[in-house]
Design a protein around this ligand. Sequence first.
Ligand SMILES: CC(C)(COP(=O)(O)OP(=O)(O)OC[C@H]1O[C@@H](n2cnc3c(N)ncnc32)[C@H](O)[C@@H]1OP(=O)(O)O)[C@@H](O)C(=O)NCCC(=O)NCCS
Length: 397
Amino acid sequence: MSDLEIRAVPESELDRMLDLLDVVFHHRTEDDERDRNLWMPRRSERIGAYEGDTLVGQLAALPMKLSVPGALPDCSAITWVGVLPTHRRRGVLTAMIERMHADAVAAGRPVAALWASQAGIYGRYGFGLADRSIDLEVDTSRPLALRIEADPRPLRLIRRDQAAEVLGPIHARAIGRRPGGLARDAEWWEKAILPRVDEFHDEYTEPRIVVLDGEPGGYAIYRTHENDDASGTIRLDELEADTPAVEAALWQFLAAIDLTKRIQANGRPVDDLLPLLAIDPDQVVVKGDWGALWLRLIDVPTALRLRSWATDESLVIEVKDARLPANEGRWRLTGEATGDEPDLTFGVAELGSVYLGGTRVRRLVRAGLVTEHTPGAAKRLDAALEVPLAPHTNDDF
Ligand SMILES: CC(C)(COP(=O)(O)OP(=O)(O)OC[C@H]1O[C@@H](n2cnc3c(N)ncnc32)[C@H](O)[C@@H]1OP(=O)(O)O)[C@@H](O)C(=O)NCCC(=O)NCCS
C-alpha cells in the first residue's frame, strides 16, 4: 500500500472509473452506454486509490437516506467498488473503506449500506447482512384466484416521466412502513428504477407502470419479453401497495395480461403476501432466497437513539468495533452510554444485521456470534427489535 495514495476521484475521471469497473466485473460498456452509466458515480463521493496517476482502486459512496424502523437517517450507499487484478490483496479495499468510514463520520451519517457481489468480504469491515429477498414465480396460464377481495377501483398505465410524481408518495409511504428502502428523488426513479433499457437484459421491453390512484393506492413496475409470445414472461420489478386489497388488484392485473403465462418476481420481501393469498398455493412458487442489503452502523449511539423500539426495554448492550472505536462501549437502547454490566455483547456487524429487525438475536446467540450475559436478554431484545413488516430493499446500487 505504501506506494499508493487514497484521494478523491475528480469528475473529469469518471470515464476511468467506468473502465476500471468493466475490468473487475468482466463487462463491456458500449460507447453509446457510457454517459448513461456515469450518473451514479457523478452524484457520489468518489474515493480512488492511485499509483502515481493511475487509478487502481475505487469506491463510490452515494449520500442517500435509508428507512430504518421509525426513521429515515442519512446513509452512505456504497457502490462501484473495485481493485484492479494487478493490485488486489494489498489492502487497497481496506484503505478505501477506512476513508469511507471517516467521510461518513465527518458527514454525520449514522449508517452505511451496500450490496455485496462477493458476500464473504464485508463482515470484516463491520457490515452485517440486514435483509433478505425471495424470488417468486407465478403460473398465470390460468386465472389467479385469491382468498381476499381485490380493490375494485380502476388501474391506469402511466409514463416513465410521471413516475416520480405519481409513484413517489406511494413509495414514501411504503418505506415508512417497511425498513430497508432508500428515499428516491426524480433522478433515482428515472435512472435506477426505470431505465428504458435494462442494460443486462435488453431482451425485455421498457418498463410498464400500472397505478391504482388515491389513498390507499399502489403500483407495479414490470417488463415483458419483446416479441416473445412463446416465453410469455412478465418480469415484475416492483410492486408496492398500501393495503392487501390493492396488492391483490395489482397481482390480478398482472396475471391477466394477454399473451403471457408467468410472472417472474425476483427480489420480493420475505413476508410477501401472495403465497398466502393464492387459493392454490402451488400457483406461486418460491424459487430463491438470498441475502440482500449489508448494513454498517457508523455511529452506534445515534443509530440506537433514532430507531423506534417495539417495547420499553432497558437492556445494556456492549459493542465491539475495532475499526470505529467510538462505537465501542456499553449502550442503552436509547443510545446513552452506561457503566452498567451488559446484558449482551455484540460485534458491530452482528448489531448491523439485527438493526432493521430482519435477523433474530436468539439465533445469533445460538450460533455463538452474540454473547448473552443475562438469561432471557436475547428474547427481550428480539421483542424490542420486532418490526411489523420484514425489512426489504429493492434499490439496486
Ligand atoms: C473484492 C476486491 C474489491 C478486494 O480488494 P482488495 O484490495 O484485494 O482487498 P484487500 O487487499 O483490502 O483485502 C481485504 C480483505 O478482504 C479479503 N478479501 C478480498 N476479497 C475477498 C473475497 N472475494 N472473498 C473473501 N475475502 C476477500 C482479503 O483476503 C483481506 O482479508 P484480510 O484483511 O483478512 O487479510 C477486489 O478483489 C475486486 O475488485 N474484485 C472484483 C470486483 C468486486 O467483487 N467488487 C466488490 C463489489 S461488492
